[in-house]
Design a binder for this molecule. Sequence first.
Ligand code: GN1
Ligand code: CA
Ligand code: CA
Length: 236
Amino acid sequence: MGGFCLPSVLLILFTIRVSSAYSCNLQMLCPFGWESWGGSCYKLLKGRLNWHEGRLKCRELGGEMVAPSSPEENNYIVNKTTDRLWINCNDLEIEGQWDCTPADNGGYMNWNPPSEPNGRTRENCAELVPSWSGKWNDDPCSKIVHVICKGEEVKLKQWRLLASCLIGHTLREIQTSNVHACATECHYDPRCRSFNVHHFGSGERICQLNSRTRYEADRTQFVKSKKPFTCIYGER
Ligand code: GN1
Ligand code: CA
Ligand code: CA
């Protein structure tokens, strides 16, 4: 059993959803440690970070610090924690003009009435306050709170799959349950350019994240899959 199967098996045991017993073999739309909701993936960072550190850390993990774009998404986030969280909105550039990232969050804002935002040039970053039912407060960007990152669900059809392996450019290796999980991990690692899934006769599968595609490597390093050892290579 690969590392990715374990959490879903535990989930099944605790929720007695026996019908999900095959979930290990199906899609892994979000990376290990992220939660799928509404077509996106979310990860709570209890790292205690200032606003700029939170934004940077989320990018390193292949996502963005979240800026809720609807009351539903705001509620989903409130229910994940009782701690205050940075959200991806600031008025650093022009005082009073709040910009959220991504810009397509539709202009949704949820300031606590009647006074927020109230900090003028002293408070230029936005936080979500669970004890205010998820309403927002402007606060100094240097304050240390928690962060939630958001990323896309990964669709396998975004990848070209070939019965080969790229040798010699492994960034890191993961024990994996399937090709989709490996593609998802690659998508979320900013350094990953392609991946290999080695399928051994024992049933064991190893996911290798590569720093190059076959075009960026030597021709001889792209090797056709041979039995009994098989290999699947994926690139975007
Ligand atoms: C806090 O510290 P105080 O009470 O003046 C908060 C403000 C909020 C205010 C709401 C640094 O201000 O952002 O608007 O509570 N400032 C800090 O009551 O946490
Ligand atoms: Ca301000
Ligand atoms: Ca404030």
